[in-house]
Write a protein that binds this ligand. Structure first.
Ligand code: APR
Ligand code: ZN
Ligand code: ZN
Length: 363
């Protein structure tokens, strides 16, 4: 079967709209008619330089749609279901998966076809890679069932797609990884599509202070709208002192770095109180080396790596959908632009320029 997709052929080059061809569904696979696909910064990052995902590369990993066909052995999904794709690739059988930590799966290649595995999608006759097992910038996508979560049909597609990455990552980092509690003080460095969900997680957890830090005033306005108690523009003098001032003169208990820059990790560490914790949500190149001054360890601070907000897709995505339907998680303000598939390069450009929150491709 064929579909139309935005395909990357050269790192740093534009995505090209073309026809792709899917193999027959294998066991445990699901074909989705894509209805909405969010543009996340990770798509832009892996399109710009080689991060180990070979071209031709099908980007897009924040996707919602309708199940069109289910392969043999698929359980709990039927044609017509409204679903979200969630890139927590997990085998379901390793010790991490069995102990409830699919986001730490030691066999995550089992549910995605990367380099060296037979392609299930081809572009111009060449095997194509589906970025982290999804490949959502396309009219159709074929996913392993472990990555497909049913959501209530009342959640609009353009909202539902955000649950798969931006919400899972940002909200999950605060609620699942850090387990922020009532009374904690939280700094969110980077108030984009992911960071704004971290702010909402802190609000839902009952944090006493929630401070948003960003260089973009529009992002800070959204941060205030979504639950920040204070905001600091990182372009002003001594942003760390301003964060501490906003927290009654003390460092914060939890800081979330949601950009992926060494200097903003420094800012997050400096803004912590003694014994505070940084959660590194922003993504860097796999071989990036971070220099951390030893004084932070004297001060008993720690840095935690976070992947997909420690979300357990089939447990947490329905919870996040409920929070949205109950009006406790605001997602409409995150959809800044709705664009067509052929405008995907404009969506990338807007993100590169530092637009606010998400552009969503609607089909
Ligand atoms: N200081 C403060 N804020 C900054 C800086 C800086 N030096 N540089 C960028 N920002 C802000 C931008 O203004 C923007 O609001 O960080 C925000 C980043 O948001 P997005 O571009 O929307 O990125 P997002 O999709 O939220 O992803 C953030 O999380 O999951 C990872 O791969 C993802 O590393 C990326 C990060
Ligand atoms: Zn993402
Ligand atoms: Zn596993």
């Amino acid at each position: 079967m064929t579909a139309t997709a935005a395909v990357l052929h050269e790192f740093g080059g534009p995505l090209q709209i073309e026809e792709i061809r899917f193999d027959e569904l294998e066991r445990h696979e699901v074909r989705i008619r894509v209805r909405a696909s969010g543009i996340c910064r990770s798509d832009l990052t892996v399109a710009a330089t080689n991060h180990g995902f070979p071209v031709p590369l099908l980007l897009g990993h924040e996707v919602s749609g309708v199940v069109e066909e289910v392969g043999a052995g698929v359980q709990g999904l039927s044609v017509g279901d409204h679903v979200v794709g969630c890139p927590v690739n997990h085998c379901g059988r390793c010790d991490s998966c069995r102990s409830g930590r699919p986001f730490q799966c030691s066999n995550h290649g089992a549910t995605q076809r990367a380099a060296g595995l037979p392609a299930r999608v081809t572009s111009g006759g060449s095997p194509a890679t589906q970025f982290i097992g999804i490949g959502g910038f396309a009219t159709h996508a074929v996913l392993h069932e472990n990555l497909v979560v049913r959501v209530p049909a009342e959640v609009p597609f353009e909202i539902a797609c955000l649950l798969g990455c931006g919400v899972s990552t940002g909200l999950g980092a605060v609620l699942n990884t850090a387990r922020v509690q009532h009374g904690d003080s939280v700094l969110v460095v980077g108030c984009g599509g992911v960071g704004l969900n971290a702010i909402q997680g802190a609000r839902l957890a009952g944090a006493r202070r929630i401070i948003g830090l960003d260089t973009n005033d529009a992002a800070l306005d959204l941060a205030l709208q979504l639950g920040a108690t204070d905001v600091v523009n990182a372009r002003e003098d001594d942003p760390v002192a301003r964060v501490r001032a906003a927290n009654g003169g003390e460092g914060v208990s939890h800081a979330f770095e949601v950009i992926g820059l060494p200097q903003t990790l420094d800012t997050a560490l400096d803004a912590l109180r003694t014994g505070g914790q940084v959660y590194l949500v922003g993504v860097q190149k796999p071989d990036a080396v971070l220099g951390i001054p030893f004084r932070h360890f004297f001060a008993q601070k720690s840095v935690h790596g976070v992947a997909m907000g420690s979300s357990i897709p089939h447990l947490h995505i329905p919870e996040y959908a409920d929070l949205y339907l109950q009006g406790r998680l605001q997602l409409e303000p995150l959809v800044a632009n709705r664009i067509a598939l052929h405008e995907v390069n404009d969506g990338f450009e807007r993100l590169r320029r530092g637009g606010v929150a998400r552009s969503v491709i609607v089909f």
